[in-house]
Design a protein around this ligand. Structure first.
Ligand SMILES: NC(=O)c1ccc[n+]([C@@H]2O[C@H](COP(=O)([O-])OP(=O)(O)OC[C@H]3O[C@@H](n4cnc5c(N)ncnc54)[C@H](OP(=O)(O)O)[C@@H]3O)[C@@H](O)[C@H]2O)c1
Length: 247
């Protein structure tokens, strides 16, 4: 069981998509919500929709900015008890023909993998000193079967999944809960106006996540991620084939 009232929650990438919807629901439930994002414009737009939001500008792909951000959070919000590592990026490129492939790879692993690890390390002392502490990492059904059009994204999230598993075991005697939420395709700005046909709405996605959190689940597979998990266990080659046929 996770109590979703009276928490102080930091949601990285709360200015758009899943993070923004989660911010809305958690504010409605009576939590203090802090978000960060790269674009100031998006943060301001989010604050227009949800004036209660506390916003911070930070590029998480920059290790120094990420560390400075963590320091500001510990100073300004000693009551922080939940971290949601949600911000991420994806490059839909070809490894061999794209000239910037290695720059993009570095940025993607920094944002999707190293920033969550860094924030976990730097914010854990604050989070764990408060009541009902939790670290929630957002991943994807693609940790079970990767999609070839995303040369770095799948492995960045599979690594975050692996990190989350070890973090949960490392903290099993402590009071901090470690949760992972695997999303299927969700219709958000992530898909730049071209969501896959199977994408579910952001409201449905977040409400399933909330339901899983309230039930105290530690691995929450939302919608199609549940099925992909099952198929990948029974018939891994078939899962890989199907995932790469999605239009
Ligand atoms: N949508 C899907 O189909 C889907 C499926 C499975 C899993 N997920 C996961 O769900 C999470 C949220 O995705 P979404 O669909 O809500 O995407 P989104 O609408 O594109 O939102 C991404 C958020 O992350 C922030 N962000 C990205 N790079 C950042 C950086 N370097 N520093 C700080 N903030 C950064 C963005 O802010 P800026 O734009 O200002 O940088 C934005 O607020 C991600 O972890 C994604 O992998 C999504």
């Amino acid at each position: 069981m996770m109590k979703l009232r009276n928490n102080t929650v930091l949601i990285t990438g709360g200015s758009s998509g899943i993070g923004l919807e989660l911010s809305k629901v958690l504010i409605q439930k009576g939590n203090k919500v802090i978000i960060c994002g790269k674009s100031n414009e998006k943060l301001e737009a989010a604050k227009k929709i949800l004036p209660q939001l506390v916003t911070y500008q930070c590029d998480l792909s920059d290790g120094q900015q990420c560390a400075d951000f963590a320091r500001r959070i510990t100073e300004n919000h000693p009551d922080l008890n939940i971290l949601v590592n949600n911000a991420a990026m994806v490059s839909k490129i070809d490894l061999f023909t794209n000239e910037n492939a290695m720059e993009l790879a570095e940025k993607e692993y920094q944002t999707n993998l190293l920033a969550p690890i860094r924030l976990t390390k730097l914010l854990y002392p604050t989070i764990s000193a408060n009541e009902a502490p939790a670290i929630i990492n957002v991943t994807t059904g693609l940790i079970y079967a990767p999609r070839v059009i995303y040369p770095f994204y799948n492995s960045s999230k599979a690594a975050l999944h692996s990190f989350t598993q070890t973090l949960r075991i490392r903290l099993k005697e402590e009071k901090t809960k470690v949760v992972e939420v695997m999303f299927p395709a969700v219709d958000t700005p992530w898909h730049q106006g071209n969501p896959p046909k199977i994408a579910i709405s952001v409201e449905t996605a977040v409400s399933e996540m909330i339901h899983g959190l309230e039930k105290g689940k530690t691995e929450i597979r939302v919608g199609g991620a549940k099925i992909l998990h099952l198929i990948s266990r029974i018939a891994p080659a078939f899962a890989l084939k199907k995932v790469n046929e999605i239009k």
